[in-house]
Design a protein around this ligand. Structure first.
Ligand SMILES: Nc1ncnc2c1ncn2[C@@H]1O[C@H](COP(=O)(O)OP(=O)(O)OP(=O)(O)O)[C@@H](O)[C@H]1O
Length: 225
Protein backbone atom coordinates (compact mmCIF):
# COMPACT_ATOMS: atom_id res chain seq x y z
CA UNK A 1 0.00 0.00 0.00
CA UNK A 2 1.27 3.51 -0.74
CA UNK A 3 2.44 5.84 2.02
CA UNK A 4 -0.29 7.76 3.83
CA UNK A 5 -0.65 11.33 2.60
CA UNK A 6 -0.44 12.47 6.22
CA UNK A 7 1.38 10.49 8.86
CA UNK A 8 1.89 11.73 12.42
CA UNK A 9 3.97 9.76 14.91
CA UNK A 10 4.56 10.51 18.57
CA UNK A 11 3.50 14.14 18.29
CA UNK A 12 4.00 16.16 21.48
CA UNK A 13 2.92 19.75 21.98
CA UNK A 14 2.92 21.81 25.16
CA UNK A 15 2.15 25.51 25.29
CA UNK A 16 3.88 27.85 27.77
CA UNK A 17 6.33 25.10 28.70
CA UNK A 18 8.03 25.59 32.05
CA UNK A 19 5.63 28.30 33.18
CA UNK A 20 2.76 28.06 35.68
CA UNK A 21 0.35 28.27 32.74
CA UNK A 22 1.80 25.20 30.98
CA UNK A 23 -0.79 23.30 28.89
CA UNK A 24 0.08 19.85 27.56
CA UNK A 25 -2.11 19.46 24.48
CA UNK A 26 -0.70 16.59 22.41
CA UNK A 27 1.10 13.71 24.09
CA UNK A 28 2.39 11.03 21.76
CA UNK A 29 -0.28 11.35 19.10
CA UNK A 30 -0.25 8.97 16.09
CA UNK A 31 -2.51 9.38 13.05
CA UNK A 32 -2.49 8.36 9.37
CA UNK A 33 -4.76 9.72 6.64
CA UNK A 34 -4.61 8.00 3.25
CA UNK A 35 -5.39 9.16 -0.26
CA UNK A 36 -9.12 9.36 -0.92
CA UNK A 37 -9.96 9.08 2.77
CA UNK A 38 -12.07 11.69 4.55
CA UNK A 39 -11.51 11.58 8.30
CA UNK A 40 -13.60 13.42 10.88
CA UNK A 41 -11.64 14.75 13.85
CA UNK A 42 -13.91 15.01 16.86
CA UNK A 43 -13.06 16.24 20.34
CA UNK A 44 -14.42 18.45 23.11
CA UNK A 45 -13.61 22.14 22.91
CA UNK A 46 -10.06 22.83 24.02
CA UNK A 47 -8.87 19.24 23.47
CA UNK A 48 -6.40 20.30 20.80
CA UNK A 49 -8.06 19.94 17.38
CA UNK A 50 -6.73 23.24 16.07
CA UNK A 51 -3.29 22.51 17.50
CA UNK A 52 -3.25 19.15 15.72
CA UNK A 53 -4.36 20.72 12.42
CA UNK A 54 -1.70 23.43 12.74
CA UNK A 55 1.04 20.86 13.36
CA UNK A 56 -0.20 18.63 10.51
CA UNK A 57 -0.43 21.68 8.24
CA UNK A 58 3.09 22.90 9.08
CA UNK A 59 1.71 26.15 10.49
CA UNK A 60 3.20 25.25 13.87
CA UNK A 61 5.95 22.89 14.99
CA UNK A 62 5.60 20.05 17.47
CA UNK A 63 7.96 19.72 20.43
CA UNK A 64 8.63 16.11 19.43
CA UNK A 65 7.47 13.52 16.94
CA UNK A 66 7.44 13.05 13.18
CA UNK A 67 5.24 14.67 10.55
CA UNK A 68 5.29 13.02 7.11
CA UNK A 69 3.53 14.46 4.11
CA UNK A 70 3.38 12.09 1.14
CA UNK A 71 5.96 9.87 2.83
CA UNK A 72 8.45 12.69 3.30
CA UNK A 73 9.59 13.67 6.78
CA UNK A 74 9.05 17.41 6.99
CA UNK A 75 9.89 18.21 10.62
CA UNK A 76 13.58 18.58 9.83
CA UNK A 77 13.21 20.71 6.67
CA UNK A 78 14.27 24.37 6.54
CA UNK A 79 11.53 26.99 6.96
CA UNK A 80 11.69 27.71 3.27
CA UNK A 81 11.27 24.07 2.27
CA UNK A 82 8.40 23.66 4.73
CA UNK A 83 6.67 26.69 3.24
CA UNK A 84 6.97 25.14 -0.21
CA UNK A 85 5.50 21.83 1.01
CA UNK A 86 2.68 23.70 2.73
CA UNK A 87 1.89 25.75 -0.36
CA UNK A 88 1.93 22.82 -2.80
CA UNK A 89 0.74 19.88 -0.79
CA UNK A 90 -1.73 21.25 1.75
CA UNK A 91 -5.00 23.16 1.49
CA UNK A 92 -6.66 24.76 4.52
CA UNK A 93 -10.24 25.71 5.21
CA UNK A 94 -11.14 27.49 8.43
CA UNK A 95 -14.39 28.24 10.20
CA UNK A 96 -14.23 31.81 8.96
CA UNK A 97 -13.30 32.19 5.33
CA UNK A 98 -10.26 34.52 5.76
CA UNK A 99 -10.60 35.68 2.16
CA UNK A 100 -8.77 38.90 1.30
CA UNK A 101 -11.51 41.55 1.37
CA UNK A 102 -10.08 43.85 -1.29
CA UNK A 103 -9.79 41.08 -3.90
CA UNK A 104 -12.52 39.40 -5.95
CA UNK A 105 -13.42 35.71 -5.55
CA UNK A 106 -11.36 34.72 -8.60
CA UNK A 107 -8.40 36.81 -7.46
CA UNK A 108 -8.51 35.15 -4.03
CA UNK A 109 -8.32 31.75 -5.75
CA UNK A 110 -5.66 32.84 -8.27
CA UNK A 111 -3.30 34.40 -5.69
CA UNK A 112 -1.91 31.19 -4.13
CA UNK A 113 -1.20 29.92 -7.64
CA UNK A 114 0.62 33.12 -8.60
CA UNK A 115 2.62 32.84 -5.36
CA UNK A 116 3.61 29.35 -6.49
CA UNK A 117 4.84 30.62 -9.85
CA UNK A 118 1.92 29.73 -12.13
CA UNK A 119 1.33 32.15 -14.99
CA UNK A 120 -1.49 34.63 -14.65
CA UNK A 121 -3.73 33.31 -17.36
CA UNK A 122 -3.52 29.69 -16.20
CA UNK A 123 -4.12 30.78 -12.59
CA UNK A 124 -7.28 32.70 -13.49
CA UNK A 125 -8.54 29.91 -15.77
CA UNK A 126 -8.15 27.42 -12.95
CA UNK A 127 -9.75 29.82 -10.45
CA UNK A 128 -12.83 30.22 -12.64
CA UNK A 129 -13.00 26.49 -13.29
CA UNK A 130 -12.91 25.72 -9.56
CA UNK A 131 -15.51 28.40 -8.80
CA UNK A 132 -17.79 26.88 -11.47
CA UNK A 133 -17.40 23.45 -9.93
CA UNK A 134 -18.67 24.62 -6.55
CA UNK A 135 -21.49 26.65 -8.09
CA UNK A 136 -20.21 30.19 -7.63
CA UNK A 137 -18.82 30.82 -11.11
CA UNK A 138 -21.36 33.61 -11.59
CA UNK A 139 -19.87 35.39 -8.55
CA UNK A 140 -16.24 35.24 -9.72
CA UNK A 141 -15.74 39.00 -9.89
CA UNK A 142 -17.50 39.78 -6.62
CA UNK A 143 -15.60 40.70 -3.49
CA UNK A 144 -16.12 38.59 -0.35
CA UNK A 145 -18.38 41.21 1.28
CA UNK A 146 -20.75 40.91 -1.69
CA UNK A 147 -21.16 37.14 -1.20
CA UNK A 148 -23.34 35.13 1.19
CA UNK A 149 -21.69 33.12 3.97
CA UNK A 150 -22.12 29.86 2.04
CA UNK A 151 -20.68 31.43 -1.11
CA UNK A 152 -17.71 32.83 0.82
CA UNK A 153 -16.98 29.41 2.23
CA UNK A 154 -17.19 27.81 -1.22
CA UNK A 155 -14.66 30.37 -2.50
CA UNK A 156 -12.47 29.47 0.49
CA UNK A 157 -12.58 25.78 -0.60
CA UNK A 158 -11.52 26.79 -4.08
CA UNK A 159 -8.61 28.75 -2.66
CA UNK A 160 -7.60 25.71 -0.57
CA UNK A 161 -7.68 23.53 -3.71
CA UNK A 162 -6.03 26.08 -6.00
CA UNK A 163 -2.56 24.51 -6.03
CA UNK A 164 -3.85 20.93 -6.32
CA UNK A 165 -2.90 19.79 -2.80
CA UNK A 166 -2.76 16.14 -1.76
CA UNK A 167 -4.07 16.94 1.73
CA UNK A 168 -7.00 19.07 2.82
CA UNK A 169 -7.17 20.21 6.44
CA UNK A 170 -10.34 21.86 7.65
CA UNK A 171 -11.22 23.34 11.03
CA UNK A 172 -15.02 23.50 11.51
CA UNK A 173 -15.44 24.41 7.81
CA UNK A 174 -19.19 24.87 8.09
CA UNK A 175 -19.31 25.94 11.73
CA UNK A 176 -20.19 29.51 10.91
CA UNK A 177 -23.15 28.71 8.63
CA UNK A 178 -26.82 28.06 9.36
CA UNK A 179 -27.67 24.32 9.37
CA UNK A 180 -29.23 24.19 5.89
CA UNK A 181 -26.39 26.13 4.25
CA UNK A 182 -23.85 24.13 6.26
CA UNK A 183 -25.32 20.91 4.91
CA UNK A 184 -25.27 22.12 1.33
CA UNK A 185 -21.72 23.47 1.57
CA UNK A 186 -20.57 20.25 3.21
CA UNK A 187 -22.06 18.23 0.32
CA UNK A 188 -20.10 20.32 -2.14
CA UNK A 189 -16.92 19.93 -0.13
CA UNK A 190 -17.36 16.14 -0.03
CA UNK A 191 -18.10 15.98 -3.75
CA UNK A 192 -14.96 17.95 -4.65
CA UNK A 193 -12.83 15.93 -2.24
CA UNK A 194 -14.16 12.69 -3.76
CA UNK A 195 -13.56 13.87 -7.33
CA UNK A 196 -9.98 14.87 -6.61
CA UNK A 197 -9.07 11.84 -4.44
CA UNK A 198 -7.69 14.08 -1.72
CA UNK A 199 -6.88 12.94 1.78
CA UNK A 200 -8.91 15.10 4.15
CA UNK A 201 -8.89 15.66 7.90
CA UNK A 202 -11.89 17.69 8.99
CA UNK A 203 -12.44 18.87 12.57
CA UNK A 204 -16.08 19.18 13.49
CA UNK A 205 -18.39 19.31 16.48
CA UNK A 206 -21.24 18.18 14.26
CA UNK A 207 -21.78 14.44 14.67
CA UNK A 208 -24.13 14.24 11.68
CA UNK A 209 -21.42 15.61 9.43
CA UNK A 210 -18.86 13.32 11.06
CA UNK A 211 -21.10 10.33 10.28
CA UNK A 212 -20.98 11.22 6.58
CA UNK A 213 -17.19 10.94 6.46
CA UNK A 214 -15.28 7.67 6.03
CA UNK A 215 -14.01 7.41 9.57
CA UNK A 216 -14.12 9.34 12.82
CA UNK A 217 -11.12 9.76 15.08
CA UNK A 218 -11.45 11.13 18.60
CA UNK A 219 -8.85 13.23 20.29
CA UNK A 220 -8.68 12.57 24.01
CA UNK A 221 -5.88 13.22 26.51
CA UNK A 222 -3.60 14.36 23.73
CA UNK A 223 -3.90 11.21 21.62
CA UNK A 224 -6.22 9.56 19.16
CA UNK A 225 -8.45 7.43 21.38
N1 LIG B 1 -0.85 29.82 21.75
C1 LIG B 1 -1.30 29.21 22.85
N2 LIG B 1 -0.76 29.46 24.06
C2 LIG B 1 -1.21 28.84 25.17
N3 LIG B 1 -2.22 27.95 25.18
C3 LIG B 1 -2.80 27.67 24.02
C4 LIG B 1 -2.41 28.28 22.79
N4 LIG B 1 -3.18 27.80 21.80
C5 LIG B 1 -4.03 26.94 22.37
N5 LIG B 1 -3.82 26.85 23.70
C6 LIG B 1 -4.52 25.97 24.65
O1 LIG B 1 -4.34 24.64 24.20
C7 LIG B 1 -5.54 23.88 24.32
C8 LIG B 1 -5.97 23.33 22.97
O2 LIG B 1 -6.35 24.39 22.12
P1 LIG B 1 -6.96 24.14 20.66
O3 LIG B 1 -7.27 25.48 20.08
O4 LIG B 1 -6.02 23.27 19.90
O5 LIG B 1 -8.28 23.33 21.01
P2 LIG B 1 -9.55 22.94 20.08
O6 LIG B 1 -9.82 21.50 20.36
O7 LIG B 1 -9.28 23.34 18.68
O8 LIG B 1 -10.69 23.84 20.71
P3 LIG B 1 -12.04 24.44 20.05
O9 LIG B 1 -12.87 23.27 19.64
O10 LIG B 1 -12.63 25.22 21.18
O11 LIG B 1 -11.59 25.30 18.90
C9 LIG B 1 -6.56 24.81 24.97
O12 LIG B 1 -6.54 24.58 26.36
C10 LIG B 1 -6.02 26.19 24.66
O13 LIG B 1 -6.39 27.11 25.66
Amino acid sequence: MSDPVLSLRGIEKTYLKGTPGEVRVLSGLDLDVRRGEVVALVAPSGAGKSTLLHVAGLLDTADAGEVRIGGREVTTLSDRARTAVRRREIGFVYQFHHLLPEFSAEENVALPQLADGRDRRAAFDRARDLLERVGVGHRATHRPAELSGGEQQRVAFCRALANGPALLLADEPTGNLDPVTADRVFDILMQVVRETGLAALIATHNMELAARMDRTVRLSDGRIA
